[in-house]
Write a protein that binds this ligand. Structure first.
Ligand code: ZN
Length: 482
């Protein structure tokens, strides 16, 4: 019995038995025939987006649309093993003790231990399995775990990732690739471009531009995020045509994305104009979108004379000539919806976390606005081009970052009115083990209510972050096995 040890599946089956007083529905569930089958699944991740980032954005810009979603839960984010995540020898790491809701609200230091980072969290959210901090798409025994992009491709759907930070960074890489460490950017980018069957990859990492979106001329910033500088030049010159590439004297071939055994070349777009063009009308089959900036769309730009870390958002003008995350998302959806079988996409507001690490209140709010606009774009796309009866949308965070409160730990964020900086205080420069929000809407979303079996005294009902993909794996017919 392959399904016997599937935790979430068992809970569902048991709940179905107890709620119907018979086994027929449960048996039906066992064959998965009664599971909703969304055509499209969209997961949006605010990297480092704790509850108080959402609160702050609600107060400054007006409530985010997720506040009125039908399913509102929380998720525990801890990894399998935590500790200093740059540690290569995982035997030195300690098994995580998980999340204890009673201690979390009693001891202000409790949440500073056993926290995850983005690679382990992305692995949990993409594969339904916990792993070590720093690990991309591998189990605690380093087995390769099937991720949601691979699942989608295996059942004839399209798949992609979109982010406001480098496309080979931990979160997008965790949904596409497999590697012992998130620091192997070159290997991750190579895997994403030449091993995965993704139809769409969008994110920063452009080696020819700096953090202010200025072309650096012959003095390139690092090319590690796109694997290799010569590869980058070939991708540009062979855009839409070239199928074989050379990296460090090795030949790599693009994969076939639609099963016709013909390799599908990447169409590379970089200019703001080309990102906008992608939003409507006919699109290339397979798109790699890398905006003209080095590591983030906006968060890493220089501070203007008048800006401090506490300044309100938009104090320094934005880098010009770049798409917004919302525009990237609109273009990406226009590529993915070419497939009549549907798609899976992971969309990341990646630099909320970067602003939090740097304790930049205003820039965190800028990134929250960018992510919130991207959510609005997805909702508008579902309303116009799909429906909530065929698309499932889940919004969550991979972890909290900055131990952000309205003052000392546990002080609520104070609302100073719209367009006024809310009362905020960072109590850390790193992640915490706090619960994060889970907001869901659309086909099958209410199933998460059934699966949230644990209760936190403040946040209410919560589930483990691995349950988020586990339900999708079940709905799409390939339950996660342990
Ligand atoms: Zn981080």
């Amino acid at each position: 019995m392959k399904y016997e040890r599937n935790y979430a599946f068992l809970i569902l089956a048991l709940l179905l038995i107890s709620s119907t007083g018979g086994t027929s529905l449960a048996q039906k569930a066992m064959s998965q025939s009664s599971f909703p089958k969304p055509k499209n699944v969209i997961i949006m991740i605010g990297d480092g987006m704790g509850y108080n980032c959402v609160k702050a954005a609600d107060y400054f810009f007006g409530p985010m649309q997720i506040e009125s979603f039908p399913v509102k839960l929380s998720a525990a984010t801890y990894p399998a093993k935590s500790g200093e995540y740059k540690e290569k020898d995982t035997t030195k790491l300690s098994w995580s003790v998980g999340y204890n809701p009673a201690l979390a609200w009693k001891d202000s230091l409790y949440l500073k231990k056993d926290f995850t980072e983005s690679a382990a969290a992305a692995t949990a959210l993409a594969t339904g399995r916990k792993s070590y901090n720093n690990v991309i798409g591998l189990s605690v025994t380093y087995d390769t775990l099937l991720n949601l992009c691979e699942l989608a491709k295996s059942i004839g759907k399209s798949a992609g990732v979109i982010t406001s930070v480098p496309f080979s960074h931990a979160t997008p890489a965790g949904f596409v690739a497999h590697n012992r460490t998130r620091q192997h950017y070159e290997e991750l980018a190579t895997y994403m471009l030449f091993r995965s069957r993704c139809d769409l990859i969008m994110g920063c990492g452009n080696p020819e531009f700096d953090e202010n979106g200025k072309n650096t001329g012959p003095k390139w910033a690092s090319a590690k995020f796109v694997a290799d500088s010569n590869l980058w030049l070939s991708l540009k010159s062979g855009s839409g045509i070239q199928t074989s590439f050379i990296i460090n004297n090795k030949i790599y071939q693009v994969t076939d994305v639609n099963g016709d055994k013909i390799p599908d070349p990447w169409t590379l777009i970089t200019s703001e104009k080309d990102f906008r063009k992608l939003m409507y009308g006919k699109t290339p089959k397979r798109v790699l979108g890398v905006p003209e900036v080095h590591s983030t769309l906006q968060q890493s730009r220089d501070f203007g004379k008048n800006e401090t870390k506490d300044s309100p958002p938009f104090t320094t003008p934005f880098n010009p000539n770049l798409p917004t995350l919302a525009e990237m998302v609109r273009g990406g959806l226009n590529v993915l919806d070419n497939n009549p079988n549907g798609f899976f996409v992971m969309i990341e507001g990646g630099a909320v976390d970067w602003a939090n690490h740097d304790n930049q209140k205003g820039r965190m709010l800028e990134e929250m606005k960018g992510f919130s606009d991207a959510i609005d774009t997805v909702i508008a796309w579902v309303n116009k081009n799909s429906s909530w009866n065929e698309t499932l949308l889940i919004i969550t965070a991979d972890h909290e970052c900055g131990n952000l409160w309205g003052g000392p730990v546990f002080t609520p964020v104070s609302d100073n009115g719209k367009n006024k900086m809310p009362g905020l205080k960072y109590n850390s420069r790193d992640h915490t083990n706090a619960l994060v929000g889970v907001w869901a809407k659309g086909k099958g979303a209410e199933m998460y209510n059934v699966l949230a079996g644990q209760t936190d005294p403040v946040r209410g009902r919560y589930l483990d972050n691995t349950v988020i993909p586990q339900l999708i794996f079940m709905m799409w017919g390939k339950p996660v096995t342990f």
